[in-house]
Design a protein around this ligand. Sequence first.
Ligand SMILES: Nc1ncnc2c1ncn2[C@@H]1O[C@H](COP(=O)(O)OP(=O)(O)OP(=O)(O)O)[C@@H](O)[C@H]1O
Length: 612
Amino acid sequence: MSVLGRARRSLAIFGVSVLLVAFLLASPVVLGEYAQQILSQAFLFAIAAVTVDLLWGYTGILTFGQSAFFGIGVYTVAIALAYYVDGTLATAGAIFAAMVGAALAGAAIGWLSFWDRASPIYVAIVTLALPVVFTQIILSGGAYTGSSSGLPIPAPFLSITQWYYIAGGLLLVVTIGAYVFVSSDAGRVMVAIRENEERCRYLGLNTSRFKIRLMAACSAVAAMAGGFYVLFSSVAAHSYGDFVFGTELVVWTALGGRGTLVGPIFGTVGVNYVSAVLGGNLPFIWLLFVGFAFVLSVVYLPQGLVPAIGYGLSASARSIGRLLRQRPETAVAGWRLEPWAAEVPTVVRSGAGVPRQNGVIGATEEVPALEMQDVGMQYGSLVALRGVTLTACRGEVVGIIGPNGAGKTTLLRCIADGRERSAGEVLVNGHSIGRLPPQGCVALGVSRKFQTPNVFDALTVLDCLCVARSYRQPVSAWRRSRTVELPEPALHAVEVSGLMSMLNEQAGHLSHGAKQALELAMVLAQEPTVLLLDEPTAGLTLDERVAIGTVLTELAHGHRLCILLIEHDLDFVRNISTRLVVLHRGEIRLDGPLSETADSELIRSIYVGAAK
Ligand SMILES: Nc1ncnc2c1ncn2[C@@H]1O[C@H](COP(=O)(O)OP(=O)(O)OP(=O)(O)O)[C@@H](O)[C@H]1O
């Protein structure tokens, strides 16, 4: 982002902050003490809900455990003030200690939950157990923790209005911080992980490390809210760290609208405020009503109430505007805190010769780009690959053909992910991939394009390219770049496919062909030496096939990439391959230059089903 763009973004954030602070300062004039008290509590809960939104709404990590981190804040501060320290400085120290403790606990939970290949439901189960364990620890702590009776503390005396300002100010700071974060380069990666974590890994991103860090940061913020909450309420109760509160945070976030930042705040404040007004008289009916509203929202308004109201109002406003102006409008935007995007997006050519992160790559022409030695793969008793030995060099386009179920995709998977194969060895540019995960193989120079286009539907074309380059460029946690530097081959793919004029288009709205081209550009942005393509022309028109064929030929011969290409379209394979490999029942049956293999009888018999 340019200096001017950054200044405008900072000015906009500053202006909105000043307005909100003025609103906060003025609101006690119309709010009674009771309302201020309810809102102070709701503001502190809303901070925890914002952390749920960052984890679940933006990154797709469904967590029920934020209450436990809130509880760590509550009890660390309560125990410190009840037994060990007093005074403002010591209280601040206790809150800081709670944040550090919660961050460490959050990192440990992340480490347990986010190992490679862990299913997304795994973290939900681990975080479900967390508040249960936390509550048991508090309940078994006897008089020290206050057990089920709670632990009263000598809290600092502040007026209700002062607490209202503190809680509102904290919520404002956390929300603005969260907005800056989600609208930064790192925020883009969060959404990419939510949309398609596998694609992220195959783009070289260490998603587990990213999620562990995010979990630790969100845990610290929830603990801070808990620390302030116990000072406000003067008593630590186990219910602030239990499973019910953890679930309520998820419900409030879902009701308000996840992935919006404003949704969880309105959801939490709304439910808590109405609950305080109505719940005293009708506690059970109110709970029933909230539960019912949650189910309705999940079924009919999965995006939550705030975006739905936003859609409704902006659609009405646009309809009225259309009537007045008699001009058609197409897009209707909901209410969410959208990233600042005042600048024109740009794609530029990157500087050459940027070294790879781990420096292991030695992509010279002397060493074969790819060597597979006796590679085998079994799915249970099914042998998908057997004794595959294959060498491919830079500048080659190796067409891999064979009937359905021959083992072609499995072959690519064994090259792009060291954990896949059951036997044998794979070397990329002379380095064994060992048991490296996909991001490790990317670092060695392997990039894989999937069979169906794998892009990040919720992101724009530019954002998808930026995420693809995140492996090469530092990911800022507060700035959002609107310029992406692409290596020559990726830039070429963007230009010939017409994506250059669609940088602001949402990837999910692109045509099938444009998505295929975008994924190819994303894969090329990794600067691979070995490019694995699984049916890149599937579903493309004739013109698009011709264009992609030209791009691939240029990549192999002009940029000296080693391309392994799976295709069912034999004419396409014949047109661009330099060599053919025929797979049948998991074994290589034929391997040779195109001139010698293209008209082989074996190919004909395999495709008509006569080969054994
Ligand atoms: N995850 C899996 N679990 C069990 N079997 C699998 C799995 N993936 C693939 N297979 C089996 O392994 C064999 C090879 O599959 P693979 O997808 O590699 O074939 P292919 O040649 O790519 O086929 P297609 O052209 O249809 O994509 C098939 O019999 C398939 O059913």
